[in-house]
Design a protein around this ligand. Structure first.
Ligand SMILES: O=C(O)CCC(=O)C(=O)O
Length: 129
């Protein structure tokens, strides 16, 4: 089992707005989970940029342009509802069913990332990869 994924976002690049849904992309057995969390532990954050932006928008269907193209332009969404500037050593958990993005990074930004799924309100947390 690979509980974590090591991710590096290189200088001058970004992660465009997207959602992470295990039931749409990889694990159909988790149909319509109650919640899905994405966790990131920040190993480096670069010099500037790399803010984590979150929109209070949760596409309901895989046919939504955000879902089927896996990302859309920020211009399409407007300003994010929350912007976080991660610091080295922090862990941030977000609801990855909400649209989120990472702004352009100056320098190198590395994380250890993992996903947690709660199938129903009362079920145990599953870690998936
Ligand atoms: O690196 C981050 O801050 C968030 C990355 C991301 O898009 C995710 O964990 O789903």
């Amino acid at each position: 089992m690979r509980p974590c994924l090591a991710r590096t976002i290189e200088h001058g690049t970004e992660l465009r707005p997207h959602v992470d849904r295990c039931d749409w992309y990889s694990h159909a057995e988790f149909a319509e989970p109650y919640a899905q969390l994405s966790g990131n532990i920040y190993l480096s954050v670069g010099d500037t940029g790399g803010e984590l932006a979150i929109w209070n928008s949760r596409p309901e269907h895989a046919s939504n342009p955000i879902a089927c193209e896996c990302s859309v332009d920020r211009d399409y969404l407007g300003e994010p509802d929350l912007t976080l500037t991660p610091r080295v050593g922090e862990m941030i958990l977000i609801n990855s069913q909400l649209v989120h993005a990472v702004g352009k990074v100056r320098g190198l930004r590395s994380t250890l990332s993992f996903f947690l799924v709660l199938q129903t309100k009362d079920s145990p947390l599953w870690m998936y990869h």
